[in-house]
Design a protein around this ligand. Structure first.
Ligand SMILES: Cc1cc2nc3c(=O)[nH]c(=O)nc-3n(C[C@H](O)[C@H](O)[C@H](O)COP(=O)(O)OP(=O)(O)OC[C@H]3O[C@@H](n4cnc5c(N)ncnc54)[C@H](O)[C@@H]3O)c2cc1C
Length: 457
């Protein structure tokens, strides 16, 4: 395919904005069509969660786009989990074991705005708001666009259209139809609702809980979490089954809500002054996993980000994976001199197994966060895992660290993680403290079962 003169992107969310910037930096003329209003002009919630966890894969992509200096001003490091017991007892559990092994809380809206402004200000990128792509016609190479303000539909020709239009992607629908590909979305059956712990009134206690941590109230079948914001507040998210006991369906009266929070989250309740209003006023969000087996249609269209691999949020990787899509695409364009006909099939081939792997790990991590973190065997295995990492830093890296602090392909993290888990089960068997584990056996198992791995360039 000749290098396209003009690229159309559907969606100016996190992934569409970063991709527009990166393609603008390569000299492409880019038009982005965004269904919603410009969040920089109106005080809009940026959609779903108010803040997100940013980790190495996302940071690497932002670095490539030259944005990290600006983004750093928006970040709060989170060094580990603070676990809140039902008796309000606190327990800190670090994410990694080296000083840089932290993840960062960032405001979704601020990050999105920064990327949009960087793309529009310095490059040949236009973002048109209140414009939805409704259909894609590959025969005529035209999209139909609904202008929500003028309430009219127009047609626009395209050379290459990219779907960064999220879980409900229209570009994906067109690709599925044209290729006969398979698509499924598996709903989780657990929903979420956001609440807010406001900043404290005193400067010294502006953050009313430990600032540099992700707070979790793990309760077995469900959980509450909280991430810090720069203004001193925390965004709190309740994850609960849709039906059953307890569930969003059952907790629908003020006294039920009060009882539930008094029993399960008394310390959080004390910090959320308007918790009744927020609980009953805020929407319930749904969670699901998007899987489809075709991401590309010839050299006319492809999808990335949540459009191709929306995942549940429990590994904090949806945005990070979408940003990694962008940096991988740019790496392939570099390698293949912007020959899109060559790049797109390779992109699909490389990224799809990795997307499937992080989708599975994200589902597993829900159980880890809401349940296993309290389990003694889990804690023991984690400690042994850290020790094995110290002993064999090129062979044994805890799976959480491979996903969050490194850029090994997700599929490798998944498969090595299974081997590592077997090793940890073996070494943790019959002991109570990490200091007791058999180091010689650990050495034999690691050296025989795990090859050395090198960090991707
Ligand atoms: C509760 C929750 C917490 C999360 N926490 C984390 C986290 O900690 N870390 C992390 O990495 N990820 C997290 N995620 C995942 C993350 O939000 C997504 O992976 C990320 O937003 C995907 O970006 P995207 O641009 O692909 O899609 P979206 O953010 O959905 O953006 C799509 C954009 O396309 C627009 N659009 C849709 N249809 C059309 C159309 N037809 N025409 C034009 N425009 C259209 C939408 O308005 C939107 O702006 C979380 C998700 C949830 C729900």
């Amino acid at each position: 395919m000749k290098k396209p003169h003009h690229i159309l992107i559907a969606g100016a969310g996190l992934v569409g904005s970063l991709l527009a910037l990166m393609l603008g930096q390569r000299g492409y003329r880019v038009t982005v069509l965004e269904k919603r209003e410009d969040m920089r002009r109106k005080s809009l919630s940026a959609g779903r969660s108010i803040n997100l966890a940013l980790a190495e894969r996302g940071i690497n992509a932002l670095r490539r786009a030259g944005l990290m200096e600006e983004v750093e001003k928006l970040l709060i490091p989170m060094k580990g989990r603070v676990l809140h017991g039902v008796d309000s007892e606190l327990l800190f559990s670090p994410y990694g074991q080296r000083p840089h092994e932290v993840i960062y809380s960032v405001s979704r809206g601020e990050l999105n705005q920064l990327m949009m402004t960087a793309a529009e200000t310095h490059f040949d990128v236009d973002i048109l708001f209140n414009q939805s792509i409704e259909t894609v016609d590959f025969d005529q190479k035209k999209v139909s666009i609904k202008d929500h303000l003028a309430d009219k539909t127009t047609q626009l020709e395209f050379e290459l259209v990219i779907g960064a239009d999220g879980v409900g992607s229209e570009v994906r629908k067109a690709i599925m139809k044209a290729t006969g590909g398979n698509f499924q979305i598996d709903m989780l059956g657990h929903d979420y609702k956001e609440l807010c712990i406001p900043p404290g009134s005193e400067i010294a206690t502006r953050w009313q809980m430990e600032k540099e941590a992700l707070h979790i109230w793990p309760r077995g079948g469900y959980m509450l979490i909280a991430l810090p914001n720069l203004d001193g507040s925390f965004t709190v998210t309740l994850f609960l089954p849709r039906k059953g006991d307890p569930s969003f369906e059952l907790i629908d009266e003020p006294h039920e809500l009060n009882d539930f929070f008094d029993r399960q989250f008394p310390d959080a309740k004390a910090l959320i002054p308007n918790f009744q209003e927020e609980y009953f006023g805020n929407p319930i969000g749904q969670l699901g996993t998007v899987r489809c087996d075709r991401w590309v249609y010839n050299d006319s269209a492809f999808i990335l980000g949540d459009a191709s691999h929306g995942i549940v949020p429990f590994h904090g990787q949806g945005m990070n994976a979408g940003f990694e899509d962008c940096s991988e695409l740019i790496r392939l364009l570099d390698e293949h001199a912007d020959d899109w006909s060559t790049v797109l099939p390779i992109f699909e081939e490389i990224r799809m197994p990795n997307a499937n792997a992080i989708a599975d790990m994200a589902l597993e991590n829900y159980v880890t966060m809401r349940d296993s973190v309290n389990d003694e065997k889990f804690k023991l295995k984690k400690e042994i895992g850290f020790e094995l990492e110290r002993m064999f830093p090129d062979r044994f890296i805890p799976r959480y660290s491979m996903v969050m602090f490194h850029r090994y392909p997700y599929a490798d993290a998944f498969s090595r993680g299974q081997i590592q888990d077997d090793i940890l089960n073996d070494l943790a068997n019959g002991i109570e403290s990490a200091s007791e584990f058999d180091r010689q056996r650990g050495k034999e198992l690691v050296e025989s079962r795990l090859q050395e791995i090198a960090q991707p360039a």
